[in-house]
Write a protein that binds this ligand. Structure first.
Ligand SMILES: Nc1nc2c(ncn2[C@@H]2O[C@H](COP(=O)(O)OP(=O)(O)OP(=O)(O)O)[C@@H](O)[C@H]2O)c(=O)[nH]1
Length: 401
């Protein structure tokens, strides 16, 4: 089947739309937050390994090299888990609606990384000098600040990272009991509380923005669908059918492949509405649409182009073959009675067939003439345009809508 134009619905897409509906909003937002988080945090993992190396260099003279290198090894190992997991997410992104255990492992690895930083900082901090303690506290506060920004898409991870980084060192300072250390502890605590508050505000703002974004995406998808699909029958509406058919006609002219058009109009449909009411009339239209959808090829395009008028475009099909298809549809409709409230009755339709040989509008007029000929010849029959003298309906094509 030739590729449909961009933004144009194919029948398969319409069928898929019917099944899928708009994306699940909470899942779509969750997935986007996860993507945002992963994108930011894997670069942050490299940066924080660099920062750890600087801290090791700064403390090299004051602390045992074994201890510093062991701590650095732990930082590299836990950061590597985050990077490897990021690569795995990149290669196999989680589906919307998937409840991913990988996500849990990633969160656990990230929190372990920050716990290693937070608890390890006490282990590598030279306890004898205030200057060294301030240096370590400075590094921890800086890292906590960047964690607020990096994990802004996930509030629990933000708070977890900041708490794991700062709580051990702040508690240790408080436990020392001296005034300078209590001052450093208080400064760290104030930073911890303000970072927690900022984290919450930032995460809330991101959540609201993503929700609005996905609501807009869903609303656009629904509007796009409504503009092209007939709500009652889920077939193409007239505008979309014509648009698609014009493109197919141009393509058929280029490739030389045959293309045909079948129009069908239910017979005496007014009587159905008058006898059973509009709601039953709608049921009949849906019944016919379902039959058409299920009977034609996947590559054929069905549309409801008027009240009780349908059209089918058949790529790769000559008028003679389209006439056979139309005849089969006519018989199928005629042979399967419709269950009306007071019993079964036959629904039938008249068909007009034409081959699209140039402009689609010409073929539409020819098929319409053939359809009119089928109506005037007694209804419930198929006419091929080549067999009928072109007839303009009284009042022209417009008068039927
Ligand atoms: N239930 C329902 N009826 C519709 C809809 N659109 C158009 N109609 C009705 O379709 C009927 C068309 O009537 P006519 O144009 O006289 O055609 P007909 O009765 O089928 O007669 P022939 O085509 O000459 O066989 C009218 O009663 C319209 O109200 C719709 O969406 N739902």
């Amino acid at each position: 089947m030739p590729c449909p134009p961009r933004g144009c619905y194919t029948q398969q897409m319409i069928n898929k739309d019917q099944r899928a509906g708009p994306a699940n909003l909470p899942s779509a937002v969750h997935q986007e937050k996860l993507t945002l988080l992963l994108q930011q945090s894997h670069i942050a993992a490299y940066i924080s390994v660099g920062v750890a190396a600087i801290l090791v260099a700064v403390l090299w003279e004051q602390q045992s090299s074994d201890r510093l290198l062991t701590w650095m090894g732990g930082i590299v190992a836990t950061a590597s888990v985050r990077v490897v997991m990021y690569q795995s997410f990149r290669r196999h992104p989680p589906e919307v609606d998937e409840n991913s255990h990988r996500e849990f492992i990633y969160f656990a690895a990230t929190l372990t990384y920050f716990a290693w930083w937070g608890i390890g900082s006490l282990w590598i901090m030279p306890k004898a000098s205030y200057a060294d303690q301030i240096i370590v506290l400075y590094f921890m506060i800086g890292l906590a600040g960047s964690a607020v920004a990096v994990f802004s898409a996930n509030w629990p991870l933000q708070i977890g990272a900041v708490a794991l980084l700062l709580l051990p060192i702040v508690s240790w300072f408080f436990a020392q009991g001296s005034l300078p250390e209590a001052g450093m502890a208080t400064a760290g605590l104030i930073f911890l509380l303000s970072a927690t508050r900022s984290a919450r505000v930032l995460a809330g703002t991101i959540d609201t923005n993503l929700r609005l974004k996905h609501q807009l995406i869903n609303a656009n998808a629904v509007a796009e669908r409504l503009a092209r699909v007939d709500e009652l029958t889920n077939l193409y509406n007239r505008r979309a059918f014509n648009e698609y058919s014009r493109l197919q006609a141009a393509q058929a002219q280029r490739t030389g492949n045959p293309l045909s058009l079948v129009l069908l109009d239910l017979d005496h449909f007014k009587a159905v509405n008058d006898s059973y009411g509009h709601a039953v009339g709608d049921d009949v239209l849906q019944h016919v649409a379902k039959m058409l959808r299920e009977s034609v090829r996947e590559s054929d395009i069905c549309g409801r182009i008027g009240g009780e008028e349908f059209a089918i475009l058949l790529p790769g099909t000559s008028a003679e073959k389209a006439q056979v298809v139309a005849e089969a549809l006519r018989r199928q409709l005629y042979e399967i009675p419709f269950a009306f409230p007071d019993g079964e009755a036959i629904i039938h339709a008249s068909f007009g067939v034409a081959q699209v040989r140039g402009e689609f509008s010409d073929a539409l007029q020819q098929a319409d003439s053939a359809l009119y000929a089928a109506k005037t010849a007694g209804r419930n029959r198929v006419e091929l345009c080549d067999n009928v003298t072109p007839i303009r309906r009284p009042g022209g094509e417009q008068s039927r809508r």
